[in-house]
Ligand binder design. Sequence first.
Ligand code: NAP
Length: 238
Amino acid sequence: IVTGASRGIGRAIAARLAADGRHVVAVSRSAGDLETLVGEIADAGGSAEFRTCDVGDGGEVSSLVESVAEAHGRLDILVNNAGVTRDGLLLRMSDEDFDTVLNVNLRSAFVACRAAARPMMRGKFGRIVNVGSVSGLTGNAGQANYAAAKAGLVGLTKTIAKELGAKGITANVIAPGFIETDMTAALPDAVREQVLPQIPLRRFGRVEDIAAAVAFATSDEAGYMTAQVLVVDGGLAT
Ligand code: NAP
């Protein structure tokens, strides 16, 4: 299961896992984009299906994970990637913008992991990846809600790793830096110009850079890596 698979980083993760031979269940709210993705994966010789789900709705997320596990008789990989921003300085941030971001970025991952735990435990195998952000590690002006949610994912993930490790389930965070997607296209040019010189590799990240890290963290070979935060940011946060 890959959430937030209709666009950006999630789409690249879904395509990459399918190219690696996984059967992918691509999830977001937009059926049209998901249908196109599933078609492209099939054209490339891969296997995928899609489900629409608003991950901000806990009931929908639980049922989605349970029904996928039931339909396939197993669940090997869960990538909680769906995310939103509602940026604003602390003094002007509304309760609603705080709650929305916490709900979609953090609570959704908690609910999905809880639902995935049982089928993964039954299979004695699981790879959970929660997509965090360098904002959650360093903080970022204008992102009190988003940084709190992404920092929360780190604590959630490390706890899950400790609780489920004995069952062959790993849980890790991949923390991207500045990646070219719709999310960052919305930022003013001035912000982009300010960030670029701070990236030692002198370029913004590509969605494939993150997909490659997720492919590793969810591979059979990554079985001894758990409770980690893998930062993929061109060196930005160091
Ligand atoms: P994006 O291009 O804006 O895509 C966001 C994805 O999340 C879309 O597929 C969207 O699908 C889905 N989504 C949003 N709200 C949803 C909801 N309520 N239910 C289900 N799906 C929902 O963002 P992105 O840049 O690829 O970001 C992906 C992840 O990486 C996010 O967690 C983000 O915080 C993280 N990240 C991104 C960057 C960056 O520089 N881009 C940096 C650090 C971390 P629908 O709208 O179709 O539902």
